[in-house]
Design a protein around this ligand. Structure first.
Ligand SMILES: [Zn+2]
Ligand SMILES: [Zn+2]
Length: 306
């Protein structure tokens, strides 16, 4: 089974508490690490979870509130102390490079590696990253500043060739890639061996959507329909829905309603306000609307393995 695992590094909101760190997560896709948001303390949380800095090449920042990016100066500096050589790519709404460049120029004058900033508009869903196995698309959110979530979607892989068939029909190596892509194989006497006999289906592809910070926005459900895993902010309890509107955040029930509308596989709620000391109440409220909900918590790992 190919790895597709989310690790929560922080799931609090802007005011510091002793219970939660500010927002940050790692999505591990086949042992490539993708960071989503980078609040203060993120690099310590990476160490705590045994996650290797060298496997991390892309960081996605949802918006420029400090609880989502103040960990970046420390992380970038530490990578320099370790003499990193690989490029680091940071994807964010406009404005981050303008703030980060003076910090980096002042503190890290002898950088061992290059940092590239890729900035985007937050109003339309936009594909901002793609590699051989995965795409990342922005999810427009509605918050006090330009903000978007991220939809990680694995690409359909190639079919798996059956080893014994290669041996049985003495299939030359030159034909293997075509067969993995769906081609039949023709024997020298003209007999056609169908692709279904030669291969098994590709591995199941997985998807993950991250939505923080935002007011209740039903359009999100359309874009994240059917994802295996959804993280949606639930800053406030249901009874504080007026506060949620005022501060451009969501309640537990609203987060669960997005999950229900989108028919996702599993919901993780997070970005909890410092005002609550009983997370169980938050979970109960969400579960009443969408039963397959779990509370985010520091160091929680959620693996998608079906
Ligand atoms: Zn926040
Ligand atoms: Zn915010």
């Amino acid at each position: 089974m190919e790895k597709f695992e989310l690790t929560i590094l922080g799931c609090g909101s802007a005011k510091p508490t002793l219970r939660h760190n500010p927002s940050s997560q790692i999505l591990n896709v086949r042992d490539k690490l993708f960071m989503i948001d980078c609040g203060e303390g993120t690099q310590l949380q990476l160490c705590h979870n045994g996650l290797t800095f060298t496997r991390l090449n892309h960081v996605f920042i949802s918006h420029l509130h400090g609880d989502h990016w103040f960990g970046l100066p420390g992380l970038i500096s530490t990578m320099n102390l370790y003499n990193r050589t690989a490029e680091l790519h940071i994807h964010s709404p406009h404005g981050l490079e303008e703030m980060m460049k003076p910090i980096m120029d002042y503190c890290n004058y002898d950088m061992s590696y290059q940092v590239f900033f890729h900035e985007f508009d937050t109003l339309e869903p936009t594909r901002i990253f793609e590699d051989r196995t995965l795409t990342v698309t922005t999810i427009p959110l509605k918050h006090r500043v330009p903000c978007c979530g991220f939809l990680f979607r694995e690409k359909e892989g190639l079919r798996h060739i059956r080893r014994e068939m290669i041996d049985a029909y003495e299939i030359p190596i030159a034909y293997i890639n075509n067969i993995k892509a769906g081609a039949d194989f023709v024997l020298p006497d003209g007999e056609v061996i169908s692709n279904e006999r030669l291969t098994t289906p590709p591995s199941k592809v997985h998807s993950y959507a991250y939505c923080s910070d935002t007011v209740f926005r039903p359009q999100i459900a359309e874009q994240v329909r059917g994802v295996d895993l959804l993280y949606h902010e639930a800053t406030y309890a249901a009874e504080d829905d007026n506060r949620a509107v005022k501060h451009f955040h969501s309640t537990t029930v609203q987060a669960a309603e997005i999950a229900r509308l989108a028919e996702v596989g599993k919901l993780v709620i997070g970005h909890f306000s410092a005002r609550y000391t009983n997370d169980q109440q938050l979970l109960d409220e969400a579960k009443a609307v969408f039963p397959n909900t779990v509370l985010a918590n520091e160091n929680l790992r959620v693996t998608i393995d079906d």
